[in-house]
Design a protein around this ligand. Structure first.
Ligand code: ATP
Length: 275
């Protein structure tokens, strides 16, 4: 096996229109991507290329979706992995995986005839935590150093232009070296959706579902304060499952209400401390 969980997504494109309620994050991200798209001018003026974008915010708010939409927007191959995949017991393995990750991104782009690659690293805090805090973290240090080396080496006139997008909900935990100019120097906040955002997300996730006349998505959006996009997706799905169990042809309001409780309960169970 070459690499733990690195995943190249080629089909099933996601666009910014598939993401509900993240208008300001989408706008900021788009601005950064438009800058990158202008690479000829960047080259001509000798501007330092933007190599890394950090998406920060709570789980389930659409950071992975945003990264995938960014890849489609820039016509880049999308290679995803998680920070946890770099943590190994043996010295040097994590660093080697980082090298392979960048290599895979470049090779895949060449194979597909694309000049852009987007590497997505979820949970970057696991590999990019502050260095040298404890001696046992020596292995993480090497891995993080390798990531910095790879990023420092990215050039605007490379055959394949690589952009690294990383996600975290613990930006305070990151090693400051990652946030220095030329690395992740653009940060985009991805917050929990507000009421309007929740409505947009509910609309997106019920567009393929038959709803009864008594279902009011506006009031559901009001009643789901604190829900993330992932919660709302699972709410719509649970409601449909409940309707199926009762052999209903459409999904009624009561199914949604029951599903709200289920999602809240499920979330509580998820957050129980490990035994
Ligand atoms: P994590 O930090 O846990 O990796 P994330 O922020 O990357 O979470 P995603 O993986 O992008 O979140 O979202 C999980 C699922 O939740 C998506 O596949 C989608 O179904 C739904 N979802 C989350 N946010 C949104 C959104 N803003 N609009 C539509 N669907 C969303």
């Amino acid at each position: 096996r070459n690499f733990a969980g690195e995943q190249v997504v080629t089909r099933d494109n996601i666009s910014f229109a598939d993401i509900g309620g993240q208008a300001s994050a989408i706008q900021e991200l788009r601005e950064a991507l438009d800058f990158i798209k202008n690479y000829k001018q960047i080259q001509r003026l000798g501007i330092r290329p933007l190599k890394g974008i950090l998406l920060t915010g709570p789980p389930g708010t659409g950071k992975t979706m945003l990264a995938r939409a960014a890849a489609s927007y820039t016509d880049a191959v999308f290679v995803a992995c998680s920070g946890s995949e770099f943590i190994e017991m043996y010295a040097g393995v994590g660093a080697q995986r980082v090298r392979r990750l960048f290599q895979t991104a470049r090779e895949t782009a060449v194979k597909q005839g694309k000049s852009n690659a987007l590497i997505f690293i979820d949970e970057i805090d696991i590999l990019g935590g502050k260095r040298g805090q404890t001696t046992s973290h020596h292995e993480y240090d090497q891995t993080l150093n390798q990531l910095l080396v790879e990023m420092d080496g990215l050039k605007v006139d490379d055959q394949v232009r690589v952009l690294v997008v990383a996600a975290t909900n613990r930006v305070d935990m990151l090693d400051p070296a990652l946030l220095r100019p030329g690395r992740f120097d653009r940060q985009v906040k991805v917050d929990l959706p507000d009421k309007k955002g929740r409505l947009e997300i509910l609309k997106l996730h019920t567009r393929n579902k038959p709803l009864a006349d008594d279902v009011c998505l506006e009031s559901l959006a009001k009643e789901t304060f604190g829900f993330s996009g992932a919660h709302l997706e699972s709410l719509a799905n649970e409601a449909a499952i409940l309707a199926m169990r009762e052999n209903c042809q459409v999904i009624y309001r009561r199914h949604f209400h029951e599903a709200v409780d289920k999602v809240i309960m499920g979330d509580r169970l998820d957050r129980r401390p490990a035994p």
